[in-house]
Design a protein around this ligand. Sequence first.
Ligand code: NVA
Length: 263
Amino acid sequence: MGAHVSYLGKNDLQLGKKESVQDTAVVLGSMFDGIAFRGFEQKTVEELAQYSNVPVWNGLTNEWHPTQMLADFLTIKEHFGTYEGKTVTFIGDGRNNVAHSLLVTSAILGVNVHIVSPKSLQPDEEVQKMALSISKTSGSEVVVTDNIQEGIYSSDVIYTDVWCSMGEEDQLEKRFELLKDYQVNQHLINLTGKNNTLFLHCLPAIHDLNTEMGQLCFEKFGVTCMEVTDDVFKSDYSKVFQQAENRMHTIKALLAITCGELF
Ligand code: NVA
């Protein structure tokens, strides 16, 4: 698109250590036309946005993953032709960044949304309240449940994510115990009662033994996959790689809209 990019990794930035985020925001804003932040604290990206005076794109934080949603809903639209009247179900760690964003984005778009998770991993109260209040206007149905059959039935889209999000890798044993019944496998897909189900995952996924994490899970629990089985991941109804490619197309659109002087 003709833009120039500088990458600042975690060792290139202070982000509050010796320079405040506010000061960094002002400096970066004076040098760049936009800032993409992919890190941990939501507070950081918000402060960058508040003080930099240039567009700031949230590429992922502990709390939210909004740009992922652009790719996800594009993929849903490509598959079904529309997302109107569809039911999107997230199963797994329902309080992670992707689940939170899916809950609120579905509510905004008027798409029905189910979050299926054990009680201790259900979305934050505040996020649930936000989605419910938005759904009153958009008409989307919001369900949060630990009941797998009830949550999965009638879903058009089954979505899952890793059981340990960034920074939570030390929770592996606990998460496996809590979530092993919430794995996406063929039996779970059949519970939708639909024959045109779409499977989505934001990636990376632990679906085989070809990763260090996959090997570790095999050693610890004797399993060959975690949140999704390899057969579902590779099935015809899995559009995870189309979804990954759509990250690029949608980010390009976002850059064009916010920096491209299109209008
Ligand atoms: N929930 C995942 C998303 C990765 C794109 C994580 O935070 O690690």
